[in-house]
Design a protein around this ligand. Structure first.
Ligand code: ADP
Length: 221
């Protein structure tokens, strides 16, 4: 309910922001450029938090329809990499895709996109210095899969199981706290399970990096 109520004023804020940007109120003074960009970015951040809260609430009440269709994993991964490219460039991160073509799965296109975006964004967020990311599409023992691997800060072994809990975040010394809700991995795992896929932390070493995997069953005939 609360998340839903937050949506309406936020829509008004973002609406006025875009009118300020496109000059609907006349040309903006040059000094406004930075503050308007800042407000824009923060409104978008708030929007993402609200959407996460809404989605988590929907997952809890079980009201979340899943629409499966036959999807080429390489195409989905390529699209996620393309969406992440602007942010990766902003962070001067190295983002590479290694994809086996033609690995088909039965998945919900939107939810798969959301999961991949979340994994790639986490890999960019929780990196040290220049991020190095590999997104791989491959057949693993568990089935057709996408791996998202970074050489970032890694996850302490004792906390590895907990990162999938709702609202769980790691407070790390020496790292600035990043904006977030601790809902991303919870939502991603729930969305994976609802389309009969599995999502897990495959490997992580402190200071070395992490690798998350989403794997699907072989598609039905
Ligand atoms: P959020 O990013 O909003 O905190 P998530 O559920 O996506 O929420 O992640 C939970 C926590 O797991 C993060 O706060 C972070 O500490 C840790 N984490 C997630 N992905 C990575 C990663 N690729 N490398 C290191 N830590 C990670």
């Amino acid at each position: 309910m609360a998340a839903h109520e937050l949506r309406t004023p936020l829509t008004v804020v973002t609406g006025y922001m875009s009118m300020l940007r496109d000059g609907s109120f006349g040309p903006a003074p040059l000094e406004w450029k930075h503050p308007v960009e800042m407000l824009d970015a923060k409104a978008a951040e708030l929007g993402r938090l609200v959407e996460d809260l809404l989605l988590a609430a929907r997952l809890d009440t079980g009201r979340l329809p899943v629409h499966k269709e036959r999807i080429d994993l390489a195409v989905a991964a390529q699209a996620a990499v393309t969406r992440a490219r602007p942010r990766a460039e902003l962070l001067a991160a190295d983002l590479e895709l290694e994809a086996t073509e033609g690995l088909l799965v039965d998945a919900d296109r939107d939810y798969l996109a959301r999961i991949l975006d979340n994994l790639v964004n986490n890999a960019l967020t929780y990196s040290r210095g220049t991020a190095e990311l590999r997104v791989r599409v491959l057949r693993r023992n568990e089935g057709p899969a996408v791996e998202v691997e970074d050489q970032g800060r890694g996850i302490p072994p004792v906390l590895a199981a907990r990162i999938f809990e709702r609202f769980f975040r790691i407070d790390e010394e020496g790292y600035p706290q990043q904006p977030g809700t601790g809902l991303g991995l919870y939502i991603s795992r729930e969305l994976a399970v609802r389309q009969d896929a599995r999502l897990w932390l495959d490997w992580s070493e402190l200071g070395q990096g992490s690798r998350f995997v989403i794997a699907f069953p072989e598609p039905g005939a």
